[in-house]
Design a protein. Structure first.
Length: 358
């Protein structure tokens, strides 16, 4: 279905943006296939998510017979997604799966099979609408060599820009030596690696008030960033392109505490990397999903005006429901900086040119 004429974002700084207008590029958007095989039947064991299309326009995400989440058809229907993008003035979405689909706990060959089902579905939509969508692969990260091969397939054969990975893989933080084959491939392929929190503690003290999503996710993301920095990942793989979801979680607000801890207890914090964590600011990206003008100002100040990108968590309710509004209405950001956050920084992270989307 052809989409209606989209509302374009007027260019706030032509010189800074390099064109006559600023595109609005959303790097944090989730999508699912409308259907996939019965995975318990396919693999011989449970734990996977299935969709129950219980009524028109909605589906239940079911996990071993229990409801995980109810989703709207914009989570799988490209036509509805395009209409909503047009209404919001979003030119481009970068598509990644819903993290519950990562399935790092499963047998590696089964996660690879599921990853390929998901990745091929994302690729189909990107091929149908190449000026509106960019794909990020999901990978069997519990088997880093398999993950590296699937990343290479997705980038070289499907034309994806990179991948989305979880904030940890089982008991491995992102600095675990087992991940070396993946990091080597990601650097070699110049992959855009989007890191999303997942697998938070759900029970006990975290069982009320949506705590895993409101508190657990920011902690997960901060843990992922600290693991990368203190674990020397960027020393070993200096050309990696990493972007962390949700404004880097708790990291931007606690970077002073992290640096102080590194300085006063090097015996605990400097065991794997002899560089102050703060020295890596400017070496990685975050999205802008912080929901607060003052938090956005802090994020830009800490992470850098060249390293913050638009990300909304579409189509979920905890995301930015009016894409780009926090940036566009900021009283403290210059027009040139707004252009960077809405478009220019995302293009650099993705390794793409603006002309691809015109």
């Amino acid at each position: 279905m052809a989409s209606v004429k989209r509302a374009r974002t007027e260019d706030p700084a032509e010189a800074a943006a390099g064109g006559t207008r600023t595109l609005k590029i959303d790097v944090h958007c989730h999508i699912l296939p409308k259907e996939w095989p019965d995975l318990k039947e396919r693999y011989g064991y449970g734990g996977f998510v299935q969709l129950d299309h219980h009524c028109k326009g909605e589906a239940k995400m079911m996990k071993d017979g229990k409801l995980f989440r109810v989703i709207d058809e914009n989570c799988w229907d490209a036509a509805k997604r395009l209409r909503e993008m047009d209404e919001a003035g979003v030119d481009v979405q970068v598509l990644s799966t819903v993290p519950v689909m990562f399935s790092y706990w499963a047998k590696p060959e089964d996660t690879l099979d599921l990853s390929q089902i998901v990745n091929n579905a994302i690729d189909d939509i990107c091929k149908q609408h190449p000026k509106r969508f960019v794909g990020l692969a999901t990978l069997p990260m519990q088997a880093p060599e398999l993950a590296a091969r699937e990343l290479e397939r997705c980038m070289k054969e499907l034309g994806m820009a990179g991948c989305q990975i979880g904030s940890h893989i089982g008991d491995w933080n992102l600095d675990d030596p087992n991940l070396a084959p993946f990091w080597e491939a990601a650097e070699r392929l110049q992959a855009a690696v989007f890191v999303h929190p997942w697998d938070m503690e759900l029970g006990g003290r975290m069982s009320k008030y949506w705590m895993p999503w409101l508190v657990g996710m920011p902690g997960e993301t901060a843990t992922a960033i600290c693991s990368v920095l203190m674990g020397g990942v960027l020393e070993k793989y200096p050309k990696l392109k990493l972007c962390f979801a949700h404004g880097g979680g708790a990291f931007p607000f606690t970077v002073g505490r992290i640096e102080h801890g590194y300085n006063v207890r090097p015996d605990l914090c400097a065991t794997d990397c002899d560089k102050n964590p703060r020295t890596y600011l400017g070496r990685f990206w975050t999205d802008c999903l912080v929901h607060d003008p003052a938090a956005l100002d802090l994020l830009v100040h800490v992470i850098g005006e060249d390293r913050v990108v638009l990300g909304t968590d579409y189509p979920f309710p905890l995301g930015e429901l009016q894409p780009g509004k926090l940036i566009e209405t900021s009283p403290s950001l210059s027009q040139a900086v707004k252009a960077k956050l809405l478009m220019t920084n995302a293009l650099e992270f993705l390794g793409l040119e603006k002309e691809k989307f015109l």
